[in-house]
Design a protein around this ligand. Structure first.
Ligand SMILES: Cc1cc2nc3c(=O)[nH]c(=O)nc-3n(C[C@H](O)[C@H](O)[C@H](O)COP(=O)(O)OP(=O)(O)OC[C@H]3O[C@@H](n4cnc5c(N)ncnc54)[C@H](O)[C@@H]3O)c2cc1C
Length: 373
């Protein structure tokens, strides 16, 4: 008998497992995959930690979460500074003085501000009716056309003039030479990869992989007093109220016989002709790879294609629209009536969580079960 059966060895499940085990509870973690770490799983290929379910950059302003993850990994000093490639022209992201200098040749913040203001004025949009008008009214036509339009249309599979304006509420414009994408106090990548970090979190915890909870629900439930379920909430209820939708991403991985493909972890392709949205070169998330002397002769890249999600595909991003929000609320009402099962994490709550947020959510839930650590 276990006190807790934790379904899912992702960050939510691993955080819970650690806290409950440390509080003296007997815990069993299962995952239907053959790997731990859920979607932050990294696999070593050609000596490089490859982010198999999409690039993950840890960033947070929460000291408790930062201190917590640092118990299980040493983080490197990676700073997310993506580059935009528009038909061979390279621009710095997020929009900052390097971007404006490349776009218009302007040198001072005042000159950049003047350009943006002039373009906004020229567009003459007071009440944006769609995403295109919203973006132009915020940053002007040049940035919209070269850096926003193609990328956004590929991401959503629809024209910007057909997308609602609320998707882009604001666009950060920095009048400084700052390429750091995240405004976070703490940022980095765990040295040795996320899988190693989660392995450390699960040290001394019983873990069984390749076990699908829903295939033997009764047998597994009987083994524990309580269940913490981090799988899809609609699947738990056999989709009886309907299917929650996701946006999906397809990754095309390639090993190249060259030490350096693009010189940066992320390059976004912002034109509409290139079919993928971006290319990730995984070795640049880690330091000490090819900085000097090309110590690794190969590199691994992933092209990312935004794709429509259908049942059976890997669920990535919850769809933030009225239909799905309403349905997820209905499922959550059912979940609220369970006395043995606690739902958590991005799939269990049908909620987009960054890694720090999902860890905080698990820590907070664990506090309510075993008290603060
Ligand atoms: C493409 C992409 C990029 C991202 N990039 C970032 C980033 O850069 N920075 C950031 O902070 N966050 C990022 N995130 C968010 C991050 O991935 C999540 O915060 C995190 O993975 C959530 O952890 P989780 O434990 O809730 O879910 P998951 O990691 O999905 O874990 C759930 C686990 O439950 C298992 N499971 C499901 N059903 C069952 C079942 N029936 N039986 C047994 N096991 C089951 C699954 O196999 C899975 O392992 C990104 C997300 C995506 C989609």
């Amino acid at each position: 008998m276990y006190d807790y059966l934790i379904v899912g060895a992702g960050l939510y499940g691993a955080t819970m497992a650690r806290r409950l085990t440390d509080a003296g509870k007997k815990v069993l973690v299962i995952d239907k995959r053959d790997t731990i770490a859920g979607n932050v799983y990294t696999k070593k290929i050609e000596g490089i930690n490859v982010h198999i379910y999409g690039a993950h950059i840890f960033h947070t302003n929460n000291k408790r979460v930062w201190d917590y993850v640092n118990k299980f990994a040493v983080f490197n000093r990676f700073t997310n500074s993506p580059v935009a490639n528009y038909k061979g022209e390279l621009y710095s992201l997020p929009f900052n003085m390097y971007t404006f200098n490349k776009m218009w040749g302007v040198v001072t913040p005042d000159e950049a501000k003047e350009r943006i203001e002039a373009q906004k004025k020229e567009a003459g949009i007071t009440e944006p009716k769609n995403l295109e008008e919203q973006a132009i009214s915020l940053v002007g036509k040049d940035i919209y056309e070269k850096l926003i339009k193609g990328y956004t249309e590929k991401q959503w599979g629809r024209k910007c003039c057909e997308l609602p304006s609320f998707i882009i509420k604001r666009l950060p414009v920095r009048l400084t030479f700052d390429n750091n994408y995240f405004n976070a106090l703490y940022q980095g990548i765990p040295i040795g990869g996320y899988t190693k970090m989660v392995e450390n979190m699960l040290e001394g915890v019983e873990v069984k992989l390749g076990v699908d909870f829903l295939k033997d629900r009764e047998g597994l439930e009987a083994k524990a007093d309580k269940v913490i379920y981090t799988g899809p909430i609609d699947e738990f209820y056999d989709y009886k109220l309907g299917t929650l939708e996701y946006r999906s991403v397809r990754f095309e991985n390639e090993i190249l016989d060259i030490p350096n493909f693009q010189g940066n972890a992320a390059v976004n392709y912002t034109d509409s002709e290139t079919p993928f949205t971006r290319i990730i070169e995984h070795k640049w998330f880690e330091f000490g790879k090819d900085e000097e002397g090309n110590d690794l002769p190969k590199t691994v890249i992933s092209r990312e294609y935004s794709s429509e999600w259908k049942k059976g595909d890997e669920p990535y991003y919850p769809v933030n629209d009225e239909k799905n929000s309403k349905l997820s609320e209905e499922y959550k009402a059912l979940a609220g009536k369970e006395d043995k099962v606690i739902f958590g994490g991005r799939l269990g709550e049908y909620k987009y969580y960054d890694m720090d947020a999902v860890i905080l959510s698990a820590l907070t839930k664990a506090d309510s079960i075993v008290g603060e650590d």
